[in-house]
Design a protein around this ligand. Structure first.
Ligand code: T4K
Length: 380
């Protein structure tokens, strides 16, 4: 069994890069057009490609996911309090704060790590205007239950789908669920456009508002109808996105294989819990490879394992730790729910490397190294 440290660093993820020839081919068109940003032809074409991929016309592109979400919230006039998850990347909560919205953190569920709809319901107050849930690691939230709570309390249902590109539920894109969804196309995501973001929305009437907001509020050359910002996707981003979209099926297939290797090797390891693959009509995207470490059974803590793996040139990540309310800028947020599950998961979670250029033998070696570091492995 190969337990040697890797010669090169193995990161939690690596961006998909097409061949330089393929990218150059697209660059030629941009050079010929002499058009670099502001709704250029490549961005318009990429929008069409994504519309066809998601089977919806109700989408618009941005230069990153964070600004997309900020603009989505602002464009829909969300205010007051929004019930959200503490187990996410900081950008989810920042998007609320930038809009002067008060985040209300409630707990997550232990298996899928997404918002617990029962806890959401219990946190509704007269000031609540929306739910902002996250399909964390690409795991769809409890869509029906959240919709039920939202409709009964007249709340807008917003999904941070930063990790959920390509996920389908009952044959429909995850973008079809909720009033608004935000997707991140950051380089670290399984689908990327260097940086980038997308909003999809149920009510097509919001399109012009979102488009004005991302372009300084311009309606036309002489009319500014709202104080917008600059959040447009440029032509280079759109070119990369368009190429990555063509290769998306093969990227997904490779991730599925890597996931299977980890599962086979780690399934029975005491003290390590694999995340449960979403089932029941869900097409998953293998966006991340989270595992939970139980210190007593595994023989070392999650943090010790995280550090020990570095000795083998393996750079796993603790997504998402610390929990949002632990950050200095959110310590003042009153938290009424003890967030028991979220704290437990944040203390145990480790996301293992998964990306299309990771060889299956490398995934196997990472898994074997993890086994060898565990209490059970040492006794073998
Ligand atoms: N909502 C959620 C739930 C999110 O997860 C995110 C972003 C957002 C909203 C906001 O969307 P964006 O505004 O970003 O579109 C990374 C990403 O920067 C961030 O996009 C992502 N979530 C978050 C989960 O992860 P870091 O600080 O962990 O990234 P970094 O630079 O440490 O990269 C991780 C690893 O990836 C590196 O160790 C090596 C590898 N890497 C990274 C880059 C940038 C490469 O190999 N090449 C690269 O170019 O935040």
């Amino acid at each position: 069994m190969d337990l040697r440290p890797f010669d090169k660093p193995i990161y939690v993820t690596r961006p998909y890069l097409p061949s330089l020839e393929e990218f150059n081919e697209g660059l030629r068109e941009i050079w010929d057009n002499q058009w670099l940003t502001n709704n250029g032809p490549v961005a318009l074409r990429f929008t069409e490609e994504l519309a066809s991929f998601h089977q919806t016309k109700n989408l618009t592109l941005f230069n990153n996911g964070t600004l997309a979400l900020q603009i989505g919230l602002q464009g829909m006039g969300i205010a007051g309090e929004v019930i959200t998850t503490p187990f996410t990347f900081v950008a989810t909560t920042h998007a609320l704060t930038w809009n002067k919205i008060r985040p209300v953190f409630v707990d997550i569920e232990p298996e899928r790590y997404t918002l617990d709809p029962g806890k959401v319901e219990a946190a509704v107050t007269p000031w609540t205007t929306a739910i902002l849930a996250v399909h964390v690691f690409g795991h769809p939230c409890r869509l029906d239950d959240l919709l039920d709570v939202a409709r009964r309390h007249n709340l807008t249902l917003i999904y941070d789908a930063a990790h959920a590109f390509g996920v389908e539920v009952d044959g429909k894109s995850i973008a079809d669920y909720g009033d608004l969804s935000m997707f991140s196309f950051h380089a670290t995501k399984l689908f990327h456009s260097l940086e980038g973001g997308m909003l999809t929305f149920r009510d097509g009437g919001y399109r012009s508002t979102f488009d004005y907001l991302k372009n300084f509020g311009f309606k036309n050359e002489t009319e500014v109808v709202m104080p917008g910002t600059n959040a447009k996707m440029n032509e280079m981003q759109a070119l990369m996105g368009s190429i990555v979209l063509k290769h998306f099926p093969e990227l997904l297939a490779k991730r599925r294989e890597i996931d299977a290797v980890y599962r086979e090797k780690l399934a029975d390891l005491p003290g390590l819990k694999l995340h449960k693959l979403p089932n029941g009509g869900i097409k998953y995207n293998f966006s991340h490879m989270p595992v939970e470490i139980d210190e007593a059974d595994f023989g070392m803590s999650r943090d010790q394992l995280y550090e020990r793996l570095k000795d083998f040139n393996i750079f796993a990540r603790r997504y998402f730790y610390p929990l949002l309310p632990e950050f200095a800028c959110y310590r003042h947020v009153p938290v009424l729910d003890p967030l028991t599950t979220a704290y437990r998961v944040a203390d145990r979670i480790l996301t293992l490397p998964i990306y299309h250029t990771l060889e299956l033998e490398e995934a196997e070696r990472i898994a074997n190294i993890i086994c060898s570091l565990s209490k059970a492995g040492k006794h073998e």
